[in-house]
Design a protein around this ligand. Structure first.
Ligand code: PRP
Ligand code: URA
Length: 208
């Protein structure tokens, strides 16, 4: 497994807008969408390719195509905010959904929805969630996706706490983890500091 922290100037600029407490729903969504496109480029680096024979208008050549289909798996709800941006770059990606809700008292994740395309076991699976806090939601989602047959998995998160990264590295040493920004710590409520608050609430305009 590799853990990659992107630290990309354009992402950091847009993420700062998202972090600002005065940024409203429209701008929050728009910046997440734009960041998702930049992340899609980075996350798909290194996907396996195979040779394919084609003919250009000039001559035959050996080109490249992806070995496997791509399946995006947003962790509901907040992961939905990354889907459109990824789909803009990978328009033929299939999308599976997994609903994980963090119990705010125990901080433990509970699965409440799951639906995946049948090619999950042959696909490059990119699990997306903006926030990796304790890592509980993502870790449980990865476990459940593996149980359904997924083998080639990457996890892409916007903001991570060191605790979340450590949890994924421990529970899922076989997957690649790509994080746009590494923050300082978790607070006593399990929120990322400095973070951006509750990603789902800010994305959907809910407030609890
Ligand atoms: C948020 C976020 C992650 C999770 C991270 O979801 O989108 O899925 O918390 O926290 P963890 O790493 O400690 O598990 P939340 O449970 O708030 O649900 P929502 O997306 O529906 O708002
Ligand atoms: N979930 C969020 O949406 N934000 C955090 O800071 C932690 C978990």
């Amino acid at each position: 497994m590799a853990t990659i922290i992107l630290n990309h100037p354009l992402i950091d600029h847009k993420l700062t807008i998202m972090r600002d407490k005065d940024t409203g729903t429209k701008e929050f969504r728009q910046n997440l969408d734009e960041i998702a496109m930049l992340m899609a480029y980075e996350v798909t680096k290194g996907l396996p390719l195979k040779n394919v024979e084609i003919v250009t208008p000039i001559c035959p050549m050996t080109g490249k195509e992806l070995v496997r289909p791509i399946v995006l798996v947003p962790i509901l709800r907040a992961g939905l905010g990354l889907v459109d941006g990824f789909k803009a770059i990978i328009p033929n990606a299939k999308v599976g959904h997994i609903g994980m809700a963090r119990n705010e008292k125990t901080l433990l994740p509970e699965e409440y929805y799951a639906k995946f395309p049948s090619c999950l076991d042959q696909a490059d699976v990119i699990v997306v969630d903006p926030m990796l806090a304790t890592g509980g939601s993502a870790s449980a989602a990865l476990t459940n996706i593996k149980k359904r047959g997924a083998k080639y998995i990457k996890l892409a998160c916007l903001v991570a706490a060191p605790e979340g990264i450590a949890a994924i590295e421990k529970a899922h040493p076989d997957i690649d983890l790509i994080v746009a920004a590494l923050d300082e710590k978790l607070n006593e409520k399990g929120y990322i500091v400095p973070g951006l608050g509750d990603a789902g609430d800010r994305l959907f305009g809910t407030d609890e």
